[in-house]
Design a protein around this ligand. Structure first.
Ligand code: KG4
Ligand code: ZN
Length: 345
């Protein structure tokens, strides 16, 4: 028999993730299998490896999710079968094309075999909907900042599905910049968590790094100059025979990135007159960014909503949040749907 459950698959980059959500938004399973260890030695995600790893682990992650949901529902008549689901959903894009194709092909196969409808989800909308895991009653209009490994975007969410992109990065994404700085310091991959841990005990005012586009009076960002400034600083210190204070460096780098993020978010809020603000993408896991925006915007009377810390980096729970609403609306995809690596909001 059919249950009002949606299974969601996410494979756009280096996490193979599967979640199962019920019609009311209760998360019954949330599995993530990360490939980070396989990519770390190369200092970044190797697309070919990502695709192969998704193929390797996909069935196991889906099985684990079905078992987790079975336990959560307290079923004792055996493990939940795919044919008992109301729909299967999958990230269609954006992301690495070979990685996306694995998820899309698997979801199509599951749809065909289990005779359940297929739903496709935009990964960026998934990062936005991660906020609904914290605040299910969140309603537009509001301002949303997406800061991930691939994107840096300031968005005016006018209504669900009506997204006005106010500005984007002209070069590198914020997460990408964290990764590149960590790589320049030989600290490993991904850089975000490493740098944010170092920054905990650093002085954010120790080094005055450039705040590019801070006063550009628009909502565009530029991060590549900051990356160059950090690399130049490291080279100068090393050449002068001084030992780097990694904590101060990390904290000062974060401050340069986050000052610009706050300034532009606040300007977007004032321009649109919204009362609510939310954040998404891997960098939204950063404790300093979370705390700073909550404090500074909170002080200005803005309600700040953040995704659960564990739902900022890529996961399938956020894909499931989008999919269950599409299920309610009967928004299904046909079986000839393709992965779309260049999808935007
Ligand atoms: O959203 P995500 O998992 O993948 C994309 O859709 O791109 O974001 C990954 C990015 C990486 O660049 C990673 O370094 C960054 O998020 N990240 C962080 C933190 N945790 C992950 N950046 C800053 N601080 C963190 N704590
Ligand atoms: Zn992502």
């Amino acid at each position: 028999s059919r249950r009002r459950l949606t299974l969601a698959i996410e494979s756009s980059c280096d996490e193979t993730a599967v979640a199962i959500i019920d019609v009311d938004g209760k998360l019954l399973a949330n599995q993530v299998s990360t490939q980070i260890d396989f990519h770390a030695r190369f200092g970044g995600v190797v697309p070919e490896i990502a695709s192969r790893k998704h193929v390797e682990v996909m069935v196991g992650v889906v099985d684990a999710a079905l078992e987790e949901a079975t336990a959560a529902l307290g079923l004792d008549g055996g493990v939940l079968e795919p044919s008992e689901l109301a729909a299967v959903s999958v990230t269609q894009g954006p992301g690495l094309v070979g990685a996306l194709v694995v998820g899309v092909a698997f979801a199509k196969g599951l749809s065909l075999a289990a005779k359940i409808p297929l739903i496709v989800v935009n990964h960026l909308e998934g990062h936005l909907f991660a906020n609904l895991l914290t605040e299910p009653d969140l309603k537009p209009p509001f301002i949303f900042t997406l800061v991930s490994g691939g994107h840096t975007m300031l968005v005016h969410v006018r209504a669900w599905g009506d997204y006005e992109v106010l500005g984007e990065t002209l070069d590198d994404a914020v997460g990408e910049t964290f990764d590149k700085v960590a790589k320049a310091l030989g600290l490993g991959y991904p850089g975000g968590p490493i740098i944010s841990r170092l920054a905990e005990t650093g002085n954010p005012r120790a080094i005055d790094f450039p705040r590019a586009m801070m006063h550009s009076h628009d909502f565009r960002f530029s991060l590549s100059g900051l990356k160059t400034a950090v690399v130049t600083y490291i080279e100068q210190e090393v050449a002068a025979g001084r030992t780097l204070n990694l904590h101060d460096l990390a904290a000062s780098f974060e401050a340069a990135v986050f000052d610009v993020q706050f300034k532009k978010a606040w300007e977007a809020i004032k321009l649109t007159g919204v009362q609510d603000y939310c954040l998404g993408g891997g960098v939204a896991a950063n404790p300093h960014l979370r705390q700073m925006l909550t404090e500074k915007l909170g002080r200005r009377g803005i309600r700040v909503i953040l995704p659960p810390q564990g739902a900022c980096t890529d996961n399938a729970a956020m894909i499931a949040e989008v999919a269950r609403r599409k299920l309610e609306r009967g928004e299904f995809a046909s079986l000839d749907v393709d992965a779309d690596p260049n999808m935007t909001l």
